[in-house]
Design a protein around this ligand. Structure first.
Ligand SMILES: [Cu+2]
Length: 172
């Protein structure tokens, strides 16, 4: 009889130590997932959506950003007109480059042509990042990090659009 009792006690001790192990394991797992969550949050890029439309407009002309953070800047063309008539892109210039001046020199100096969809192929030293030329309902994403503070101008390089399709990203 006492042998059975001892056995039961031993079994329950074993069970409780097994339970403890499971508990510790669960706590560790929870700890790891919290940590992983934190790290994921840290590296997740900040999303900025800019829309372009058939009225030759961006929906944002001023954007604030922070130095050193990762951004995903998404251009969405919500227009309906064909690309050949009302295409839009987003060209972010390097800090200190003026969008109006760059826009005026797109064709004469920076190599934008109908054949290359108005991409300023000779102006790359002035450009930080650029999307492709978008037709109706298309979108393109720029993954970008600003490594110094300042004003970064942006514009659309479709002929004549830079007059109103431009803006500034203020990075601090
Ligand atoms: Cu445009």
């Amino acid at each position: 009889m006492s042998f059975i009792i001892i056995n039961i006690v031993l079994l329950s001790v074993r069970m409780s130590s097994l339970f403890n192990n499971i508990l510790v394991f669960c706590l560790l797992l929870f700890g790891f997932s919290v940590q992983a969550d934190k790290e994921k949050r840290k590296i997740e890029p900040i999303e900025i959506v800019i829309q372009s439309n058939d009225l030759m407009q961006y929906d944002k002309n001023t954007i604030s950003a922070e130095k050193g953070k990762a951004y995903e800047i998404i251009l969405k063309n919500i227009g309906k007109l064909p690309k050949a008539a009302m295409g839009h892109n987003l060209i972010i210039l390097k800090s200190g480059i003026d969008a109006l001046t760059f826009g005026q020199e797109l064709i004469t100096k920076h190599g934008a042509t109908l054949q290359n969809e108005w991409k300023p192929v000779k102006g790359s030293r002035h450009i930080l990042a650029q999307t492709k030329m978008l037709g109706p309902s298309e979108q393109d994403t720029l993954k970008i990090k600003f490594d110094k503070s300042g004003a970064y101008h942006y514009l659309c390089s479709f002929p004549g659009h830079f007059g109103q399709m431009r803006g500034i990203i203020n990075v601090k």
